[in-house]
Ligand binder design. Sequence first.
Ligand code: CMP
Length: 489
Amino acid sequence: MKSNELRKHFFIFIIFVAAVSFVLVTLPFIEPILRQYVVGFFGATDGRMGETAGSLFDTLLKVIKILIWMGLIFAVVRFFNSLITRTILRNTGSSELTTLLRNVISIVIFVVSFTIIVKSQFDTDLTTFFAGSTILAVVIGLALQDTLGNLFAGIAMQADQPFQVGDVVNIPNKGTGTVENVSWRGVKIRTFQNKIVLISNAVLGKEAIEVAPRDNLNARLVFFNTLYSVSPARTVHLIREVVRQVENVSPKIRPIVRIRNLGDNGIDWEIKYWLEDYTKYNDTDALIRMRVWYAFQREDIHFAFPTRTLYIENQSLEPNFEESASEIFERLSDVPLFAPLTDEETRKLARASEAKIFSPNELIVRKGDEGGSMFVIHHGSVKVQIMENGFPKTINTLSEGDFFGEMGLFTGEPRSANVAAAEETEVLEIKQAALKPLFDANPELVEALSKTIAERRALLAQKNTENNQTTEEESKGIFNSIKSFFGLS
Ligand code: CMP
């Protein structure tokens, strides 16, 4: 309401109050004159008739006074009601809920005032009337059972304020929609099919209601699936970026893309994202699904189909990770450590090595474990880590063509550090049995290896600040322990 309209209401209210007050103040002065006139008029012929007319006049006047007082109280209550609505509650979302409370308070004021005014005029205590008439109370109570139930449930809700106008609520078996109005009778909800659902407060009080507050960042889950041959790390990265760009997805919280289940047909995924405007969650969910489809088309990623035949057919897609022997041969040929080997020896080594894939941050080698094999990085990179104050600390990073795990394998000691994939990483695992004949034939291999191990140990020692042996001494010691471990002369 505009301020000049409020001012107009205020003037009407002041004039009304002034007029009523004037009547109430002047009434005691006019009353005896009027009474005298009435008694005189009717008692001119018969004195008893004049008395009766006098007492009837008294009663009428009392009723008029009660009406005037009630009118005054009604005006005051209404004025303050509208004042509160227009000013204090104008900017709060809870005005509909507060209307209920204001109505209840107004009714209580009217009843109490009426009781006091009647008592002052007729000397009759209405409280005894209300309390005493048990049968009346029972009759009224039964008649108003539902109405009162709704009213009290409404009052309880008002105290609790579980939701407000504009919130999205889901009421079991009744539907989901936006709260449009809360009254003493019930709640009005506009569903997403643009229908109105009215639910009484009494029914509402018995249900478990799910509320998505209007001024809250509410989250949603959207599901999809991929074939087992699609890399999870790639899927997470791709879908997260896709979801971030969808309209109405809140930029304040990064969407989460995670594996829900390893299902019969493929990997089951869920996307958790937060909405700016929750009332549009259906459209946003749909848009996300659509964008996922397009992203999959671009990246040649496939949804999982519920058929076993498809799984068998898709075995041909597996070579994503199952590298052919020639690719492995090329990789091993590039490793400087294996440079002294002949092509035939390298080919043998390639056949004996096994390609394994690891997700980002997954441990490939754990400190303290027994080391029965070494690894060559085929794709990706790894972090060599030691523990510092209970947290992993990266001391070195190795990339494609580098090797690790040689210390445990060649010295027989437990693994000296953790090695974790820095990104999605594919490694070639080579077991001791495949290496032994090569060491017999190529003693220079042992020497090169000893050097690498010594350098790495020195760095480890420096980081651990334990070992104070020199690198050269180390190298000699390692050389001997490799020879003895492999039983070389
Ligand atoms: P191993 O001890 O078998 O297991 C952990 C591996 O981490 C270790 O073999 C080396 O291959 C590797 N490693 C240890 N320290 C370093 C380092 N300083 N630089 C590079 N790699 C290392």
